[in-house]
Design a protein around this ligand. Sequence first.
Ligand code: APR
Length: 232
Amino acid sequence: MDVRNIVILTGAGISADSGLATFRGADGLWEGHHVEDVATPEAYRRDPALVHQFYDARRARLSEVEPNAAHHALARLDAEWPGELLIVTQNVDDLHERAGAKRLLHMHGELTSGWCLACDQRFSWSGPMGEGASCPSCQTTGQVRPDIVWFGEMPYDMERIDAALRNADLFVSIGTSGAVYPAAGFVQSARYCGAHCIEMNLEPSQGSLFFNETRLGRARDLVPEWVEEVLA
Ligand code: APR
């Protein structure tokens, strides 16, 4: 296979090996919380304190975890791959960038970013945000929300992602259940445009039949092996 352009989609499963909870399944974040209580614009209007509490706890957790072998392998591929490469993550943690990945898009936003609804600026954020946070740009208080794409909101960077999928020779999906669109449909776009599609997951994802290859196992084992293969 002659591969030049690679698109990689990652989900919560890649960070599970660092100790962060996934969303679905036993002990998943959506087992302990109702999506509609903490991850929609309506929830934020109804009970901003609860929404902030949920994301403040997840942001605090970042300082307790480290990138794992899968994040490091992707960062190495990013550094060494001479062709086009794009890592699109659905994750809002910062483990890809802490491993050194550069060609990276956070389509669902970032825990380490805040967004001021008063002046529409986005800025990096560490520590708790809470309801009374003051905007570092316009100083308005109480209008800073987590820069997270909630259900019912448009994911970031879709034009760039669509363009990369159209040009991809190889599409690799890692640690995602394939339950949430538009990311769940990336395999179909890439396949339609001629890419070879590989999924790496603990179990077959919901879109498993669209992939040319399914590799089952833990991301921390499968991803370094695959990176060795493509760089060989
Ligand atoms: N290695 C590989 N895969 C794993 C591992 C692991 N160590 N641990 C879990 N998985 C797999 C699970 O089997 C599951 O299929 O990762 C997948 C995680 O699925 P979800 O919890 O649904 O997470 P994700 O697909 O990233 O969710 C997508 O849903 O609620 C939203 O916005 C949130 O970005 C998130 C989106």
